[in-house]
Design a protein around this ligand. Structure first.
Ligand SMILES: [Fe+2]
Length: 230
């Protein structure tokens, strides 16, 4: 689901060192806590002015980092200790007792997915099967954007707006907190963070303006298409 770069970067330190040594990339199932936050795939000012460097520095350097730290503090000596990040997300989503582990694992995963889908220097355009699916299921890219802005606006409080593919059809869904379609077995293609930490410095309360700008200016539709094919 995540790119190989993100998966490798998110591996436990020992597994990552093995990969860096030139051996075959370990399977995700062997990567367990402690998890390492992947590096940003661009400079922190690369998404400006759509998302300012100040927001990226806080969002990646403080919020995303904090989810990793909390997860690494919570997981040892639990049934999740030998699981990959993806396995923890899926295994903990329905457990009320493990809500803190899920919240932090979900947010660690969601943000890797988030940073990976943007592009310095402006948006590409959907092409090929992705474009055809957007045309079929939404009536075009502009209609998809309008509907996704509404999905993001309809999330009450903190959460995410997702473009999802179920194998035959694209749809939109909003989720609260650290939840995601991925946690529940779905296949997200694009995830827009609508927590206030994602936009408040740049857009204050204007969440729809932020989501629209992100969709218009910085989505890497090539990555979205790759996710649909994966
Ligand atoms: Fe966030």
């Amino acid at each position: 689901m995540l790119s190989r770069r993100a998966i490798v970067a998110g591996l436990g330190a020992a597994a990552a060192a093995t990969y860096a040594g030139g051996l075959a990339a370990p399977s995700i199932a062997r990567a367990a806590a402690p998890f390492t936050q992947p590096k940003l795939p661009y400079a922190s000012d690369a998404l400006a002015p759509t998302i300012s460097a100040q927001t990226v520095d806080l969002h990646y350097g403080k919020h995303h980092a904090a989810y990793f730290k909390a997860l690494n503090d919570l997981v040892p000596n639990t049934s999740y200790a030998d699981m990959s990040l993806e396995e923890i997300v899926k295994a903990s989503v329905k457990s009320e007792a493990d809500r803190k582990i899920f919240n932090n694992a979900g947010q660690a995963w969601n943000h890797i997915f988030y940073w990976d889908q943007f592009k310095s220097g402006g948006a590409t355009e959907p092409a090929g099967e992705l474009k055809a699916a957007i045309d079929k299921d939404f009536g075009g890219l502009d209609a998809l954007k309008t509907a996704m802005v509404k999905t993001g606006g309809d999330v009450f409080g903190s959460g995410w707006a997702w473009l999802v593919h179920d194998g035959s059809k694209l749809s939109l869904v909003g989720t609260p907190g650290g939840d995601s379609p991925f946690a529940r077995g779905g296949k997200p293609l694009l995830g827009i963070d609508v927590w206030e930490h994602a936009y408040y410095l740049d857009y204050q309360n204007r969440r729809p303006d932020h989501v629209k700008a992100v969709l218009d200016k910085i989505v890497n539709w090539t990555v979205v298409a790759e996710r649909m094919q994966a």
